[in-house]
Design a protein around this ligand. Structure first.
Ligand code: BG6
Length: 516
């Protein structure tokens, strides 16, 4: 018989991160908030971890007039916020690889100046063609910038080396409806091929979200029971305690359905429910995600029966502190009907999932921050321990704890010390923090690295993004036309009546945000 032994060396090799190749990252919107909060700290961490190539450089582009030195100063401040105990030598040296150029996004000359600067910098840093254009600007500017990049022949590279054509990173929101997403894709494709486009959904870069595929397909014991024969229902929750957070002008137009549901929630649903891909290859995985989205039953939404409900937070208390209602947030219209909470029941019409409800919810200003996927299995068919009624026995629940307290937990019934028939629920818990020394890296580090090496696995493909909008657009239209407003819930709540009814009418309950 063949012996199975752990091959530590091989695993160590697989786990070792490989340094990114030389690259030029050109960031539009470089003086903005996203760059300060996410990109600079991630690039700083990649430098610390030795994963950024010494020949990497970043050219910031924006309307604001700044010198290279001003820009480096901003970067240093952003990095210092993250670096306990000051900046390390590699990070200090890295600051010299930051450059800045200002101009008007509409002006074609601006792109010719960018091109000239890139040619000089490529030469100085010996970067040969691995160029990434990153759109960290408001979505309104996407098509202008893309069009001007195309006109300045910046989207096609040298034209000889197909592999080395420039990449385009697009932040969310990618469109605001099916129509706008299709139009945006059409515009981008006038200048960039799909193989050059990296649409960011930062949830896909989280370690725990990436783990969903590993967990399902690198273990033999879960896949055979991962279907309608064994699973009663699945709940996906993304709860936030934060509110609008000074993004009123964006959020009040977007709302929870566009901001969180169409992308992050549906992204996690695809990973948890899709069929096994043939390999860990970008297109094999993305094909399966798309097939899954195609199998989601369109949501019913009418005044009499709705598979989806919306809420908006009012004044309340979180962690003992009073917080204002959504409509009282700065910049929000006093009669805003924007939803800050969405809950839905979905069905996936295929052989694996027919009849299994997926309950999904996301909301702001809830009692706590928690993202999890909970898989509730069916109960045992017959209960032989007379001390307890079958109905009173909890089902086994497998929880993928996405954040915080990242890990996995499985509840099961077991004999408790005591009388002969003493039985109770126990939890088997795995927490990343207990097992791995290092903190989990911020999602943007993974996404930036993957983009530099040209791996599109964790980025959303055109058909994926359009399908998710196709599912959500009828809901948005129904809400837009409705006289009704979202239900109200006090900030700091775990849930509210109408959200509860959605699941309780099926004889099931939302999981508590705080464990009992
Ligand atoms: C962003 C949304 O995509 O995700 C924000 O625009 C939200 O509204 C954020 O707060 C949540 O991300 P995370 O990683 O903190 O769960």
């Amino acid at each position: 018989m063949q012996k199975i032994r752990p091959s530590t060396t091989k695993q160590e090799i697989i786990c070792a991160e490989i340094q990114a190749p030389p690259a030029a990252l050109v960031v539009f919107g470089a003086s903005g908030d996203l760059v300060r909060r996410k990109l600079f700290p991630s690039i700083f961490e990649l430098t610390e971890r030795g994963l950024l190539n010494e020949r990497f450089y970043l050219l910031g582009c924006s309307r604001k007039k700044l010198s290279d030195n001003d820009f480096r100063q901003i970067a240093q401040e952003a990095m210092m916020t993250d670096a306990a105990g000051g900046m390390s030598e590699p990070s200090k040296l890295f600051l010299n690889n930051l450059y800045y150029i200002s101009g008007d996004y509409n002006d074609e000359q601006f792109y010719h100046r960018i091109k000239k600067r890139l040619m000089e910098l490529d030469k100085a840093h010996k970067v040969e063609g691995n160029r990434i254009f990153y759109l960290a600007v408001p979505p309104l500017l996407y098509t202008t910038i893309i069009d001007r990049l195309g006109r300045a022949s910046l989207s096609c590279g040298s034209g000889i080396d197909f592999e080395n054509r420039p990449k385009l990173v697009v932040e969310k929101p990618f469109g605001s409806s099916l129509e706008t997403a299709v139009e945006l894709n059409r515009k981008i494709h006038e200048c960039f091929d799909e193989s050059q486009i990296y649409r960011i959904d930062h949830y896909l870069g989280k370690e725990t979200v990436q783990n969903i595929l590993m967990f399902r397909f690198a273990n033999a014991i879960f896949e055979p029971i991962w279907n309608r024969n064994y699973i009663d229902h699945i709940q996906i929750t993304i709860a936030e305690s934060l509110g609008g957070e000074h993004r009123a002008s964006y959020y009040d137009k977007a709302g929870a359905l566009r901001d969180m549901f169409q992308n992050h929630v549906l992204g996690m649903l695809s990973l948890v429910a899709m069929e096994p891909p043939t390999s860990f290859d970008a297109d094999h995985i993305r094909n399966e995600k798309v097939k899954l989205l195609q199998s989601i039953r369109p949501l019913e939404i009418s005044p009499y029966k709705s598979d989806i409900i919306r809420g908006q937070y009012t004044q309340g208390t979180i962690n003992g502190a009073g917080v204002c209602g959504y409509r009282a947030e700065p910049g929000i219209a006093k009669d805003s009907k924007t939803e800050t909470f969405v809950a839905t029941k979905m069905f996936i019409d295929n052989w694996r999932w027919k009849g299994v409800p997926f309950y999904l919810r996301t909301g702001k200003r809830l009692a706590t921050k928690l993202t999890e996927i909970a898989i509730t299995f069916k109960k045992v068919p017959h209960f032989m321990f007379a001390s307890v009624e079958l109905d009173d026995m909890p089902a086994n629940v497998l929880v993928l704890k996405i954040q915080p307290n990242e890990g996995i937990s499985l509840s099961f019934q077991a004999k408790r010390p005591g009388s002969k028939a003493c039985i109770g629920t126990l939890n088997m818990d795995f927490n990343y923090a207990d097992v791995f020394d290092a903190e989990l890296p911020e999602a943007y580090q993974r996404l930036l690295l993957d983009c530099m090496v040209g791996d599109q696995t964790l980025f959303t493909r055109q058909d994926d993004v359009q399908l998710s909008w196709k599912l959500m657009t009828p809901v948005l239209k129904a809400w837009q036309g409705a006289d009704s407003a979202p239900y109200e819930y006090p900030a700091g709540s775990e849930s509210f009546d109408q959200a509860d009814s959605l699941i309780e009418s099926d004889g099931r309950y939302w999981r508590r945000l705080f464990p009992k």
